[in-house]
Write a protein that binds this ligand. Structure first.
Ligand code: DX5
Ligand code: ZN
Length: 215
């Protein structure tokens, strides 16, 4: 059970100290948005490179961008240890996953809430993680979509059949009141933005979420 706090909910003027505040987490989730794949804009390669140089935890980059085939491996080269791209945006998901791995990072694919998993099941041979979005990508602080739990269970079952160690991540509205159902459905990596950075103590929130996920 791994916790990946999303720095989308952190103070962007103090990202180094915000990363230090989650030093007990397993990953730091970095949401890259381009105003095209999603209607929001965050940060890109130069910032990821700067964060990678100072972060106490590995960076888990979630690319919500068009043309990830062109850019994904660059995020691994910039220092991200896990790079996730959306299947809806990729034209060559196999080649892109291979390029991420060749650049030394874990490769992952993400599915928007309206995207079925079945057409992409063959990608399990190429990735280290599948991200099941539990909100429409684009913004933090949205309501958790419990109807995505069936997809989480479906991915977990496919991973079990496929064999190997492939993680199942959930992202969006994951908090103390929703994380247990994610774990029960089969998720093992939990992204949480507002539930961590909106808490009085980010470190306490990470510990609490991890305890709930393990129950
Ligand atoms: C949404 C992002 C999420 C977001 C989650 O598009 O991918 O990572 O930061 O934020 P919360 O946990 O507040 O829903
Ligand atoms: Zn994300």
């Amino acid at each position: 059970m791994q916790i990946s706090p999303s720095i989308l909910a952190a103070d962007f003027a103090n990202l180094q100290s915000e990363l230090e505040a989650i030093a007990t987490a397993d990953w730091a989730h970095v949401d890259v948005m381009d105003y095209h794949f999603v209607p929001n804009l965050t940060l890109g390669l130069p910032v990821v490179e700067a964060l990678a140089a100072v972060t106490p935890v590995p960076l888990d980059c979630h690319l919500m961008i068009e043309d990830p085939d062109r850019w994904a491996a660059s995020y691994a080269e910039a220092g991200a240890r896990s790079v996730t791209f959306h299947v809806e945006a990729a034209t060559d998901p196999v080649g892109t996953a291979r390029a991420i791995r060749a650049a030394g990072a874990r490769a992952a694919v993400a599915l928007k809430p309206g995207t079925e998993f079945a057409p992409y099941e063959h990608l399990l041979a190429e990735v280290d993680m599948v991200l099941v979005m539990t909100v429409e990508p684009g913004f933090g602080g949205q309501s958790f979509m419990a109807d995505q739990m069936a997809k989480v269970a479906q991915v977990r079952e496919a991973v079990r059949r496929h064999g190997g160690e492939i993680w199942v991540q959930v992202d969006g509205g994951v908090a103390a009141d929703t994380i247990e159902q994610c774990a029960q459905a089969g998720a093992d990596v939990f992204v949480a933005g507002s539930a961590v950075y909106g808490a009085e103590s980010a470190a306490d929130a990470v510990g609490h979420l991890r305890d709930l996920a393990r129950r």
